[in-house]
Design a protein around this ligand. Structure first.
Ligand code: S3P
Length: 180
């Protein structure tokens, strides 16, 4: 039997990927993985510590390796760290092995979600909507290239976002069958 393709959740830090992926797990019965959590478990270190001690590139290499592992497996919901889209190889791998769902929100919504956290080294010292907005703009071309489907999440409950994803996936899959 053909292995089912992964569902990849991408989007800026704090957009709600982790929470939405838990609802998707309930709705699909698929296993759920969070690339950040796998890194923390493997290295037995927090993300800020990894950035501080080994640098961002080292973190990105770990992230890419984890993605490679799960791309081979299939039938999983993969909640990705916000920067996974920066590498072309990662984008290609996700597209090839699954459907990529971009969750998006305004800088203000993102700010409200991340402002009390301390575990995002790229925002530490720059925790404000302006900086978040600029970083989002810089990354926007990569999110655009990576995505198959985009869901705007502002003012939506994570559970409703998960339902919307399932609905959109069904429509997109039906479209592909018609094309075939
Ligand atoms: C990052 C996002 C974080 C984490 C790391 C870097 C990024 O994950 O991978 O701090 O570059 O956007 P979340 O998107 O889950 O916060």
């Amino acid at each position: 039997m053909k292995k089912k393709r992964n569902i990849y959740l991408i989007g800026f830090m704090g957009v709600g990927k982790t929470t939405v992926s838990k609802y998707l797990r309930e709705l699909t019965g698929w296993e759920e993985v969070d690339t950040d959590k796998v890194i923390v478990r493997k290295k037995n270190m927090g993300i800020p510590e990894i950035f501080e001690k080994y640098g961002e590139n080292y973190f990105r290499n770990l992230e890419s390796h984890i993605l490679e592992d799960y791309a081979k497996k299939g039938q999983r919901i993969v909640s990705c760290g916000g920067g996974i889209i920066l590498r072309e190889n990662n984008r290609k791998l996700m597209k090839k092995s699954g459907t990529v769902i971009l969750l998006s929100a305004t800088p203000q919504t993102i700010y409200e979600n991340v402002k009390d956290g301390k575990d995002r080294p790229l925002l530490n010292g720059n925790m404000n909507p302006d900086y978040i907005g600029k970083m989002m703009q810089e990354r926007q071309p990569y999110y655009e290239k990576a995505k198959d489907i985009e869901i705007v999440t502002d003012e939506k409950a994570p559970k409703d976002v998960a339902f919307e994803i399932i609905e959109r996936l069904q429509i997109s899959m039906a479209g592909k069958e018609e094309e075939a």
